[in-house]
Design a protein around this ligand. Structure first.
Ligand SMILES: Cc1cc2nc3c(=O)[nH]c(=O)nc-3n(C[C@H](O)[C@H](O)[C@H](O)COP(=O)(O)O)c2cc1C
Length: 266
């Protein structure tokens, strides 16, 4: 806008800005520009957004650009960043599991004991508040839209949260049918997340949001599985790569239900 204007002149231009706006000034020779950006918030206060280093008073301003912004709009993120302190772990298992979790693609197929399977199911989808019927996994309107199925070396089953029990669908080892990628066939247990169409019959929300909530709720349950697996030293990987034509008949999944995601654990 202006070349070689004095600092006083910049101050005047800033004063002329409306209650909300920003001003970017460039100092110094072209090879060594230094920028000052300030933003005037809706409350009229000036917030320095980026000043490369303190400017000598005798420096000349080469260019000035001013921008008006609406009263409650903040400037772009990169110009208005707060550098956060490094995370603290404080011995919390959850923060540890979140930080440690990685997709693992190498398994030895060893069988998991019943307690470990029970815990994996419970912390994925179990009822954690029996009185009020709330679960480990939040679901839209608490409609419990997602059914959890598992395939182990011994059976395929559906987890029944109300009973904390496994409803055995078929005896036998069908894990390979649940996997396309070779590594997944070696995992101890396959977890399968299925949208239960019937559960939406009592869904009080906007019916247009069924699909969105079905996918979201599956991802939340699968995340529970992965984080709990990590917390007990097991590997896990989410897998969108599966063949519903193989998985659905083996698990006797109703035609109206939709398999969304699988997780291999081992
Ligand atoms: C919805 C979803 C589907 C995925 N599907 C597969 C899959 O089919 N096969 C696979 O090897 N990894 C799959 N992944 C794992 C991602 O590749 C992995 O999360 C990503 O590379 C980041 O690595 P990290 O999980 O170790 O942080 C999937 C992840 C998500 C969230």
């Amino acid at each position: 806008m202006a070349d070689k204007i004095e600092r006083d002149e910049l101050v005047k231009m800033l004063a002329a800005l409306p209650n909300s706006g920003s001003c970017m000034a460039t100092y110094g020779p072209p090879a060594n520009y230094q920028n000052i950006t300030v933003f005037r918030g809706g409350d009229g206060a000036w917030v320095p957004l980026g000043m490369t280093r303190p400017q000598a008073d005798n420096r000349r301003i080469r260019t000035v650009q001013t921008h008006k912004t609406s009263a409650n709009r903040m400037p772009t993120k990169e110009k208005n960043m707060i550098k956060l302190p490094e995370p603290t772990f404080d011995g919390s298992k959850v923060s540890e599991a979140i930080a440690k979790r990685r997709s693992i693609r190498q398994y030895d197929g060893h069988a998991l004991d019943e307690q470990t399977i029970a815990n994996l199911c419970y912390f994925s989808a179990g009822i954690t508040d029996k009185e009020r019927g709330f679960c480990a996994n939040p679901t839209a309107c608490n409609c419990h839209q997602i059914d959890l199925y598992i395939a182990t070396d011994k059976y395929c089953a559906k987890y029944i949260p109300a009973e904390h029990a496994l409803d055995i669908i078929e005896e036998g080892d069908f894990r390979a049918e649940m996997a396309i990628q070779p590594f997944a066939k070696e995992a101890s247990v396959q977890f399968i997340y299925v949208i239960n169409a019937k559960s939406f019959e009592k869904f009080p929300g906007n019916p247009d949001h069924k699909v969105k909530y079905g996918y979201t709720d599956s991802a939340i349950m699968a995340t529970n599985t992965c984080l709990y697996a990590t917390s007990i030293g097991l590997g896990s990987v989410m897998r969108g790569m599966f063949d519903p034509a193989l998985v659905a008949p083996r698990l006797h999944i109703p035609a109206e239900d939709e398999i969304v995601l699988t997780v291999s654990v081992g």
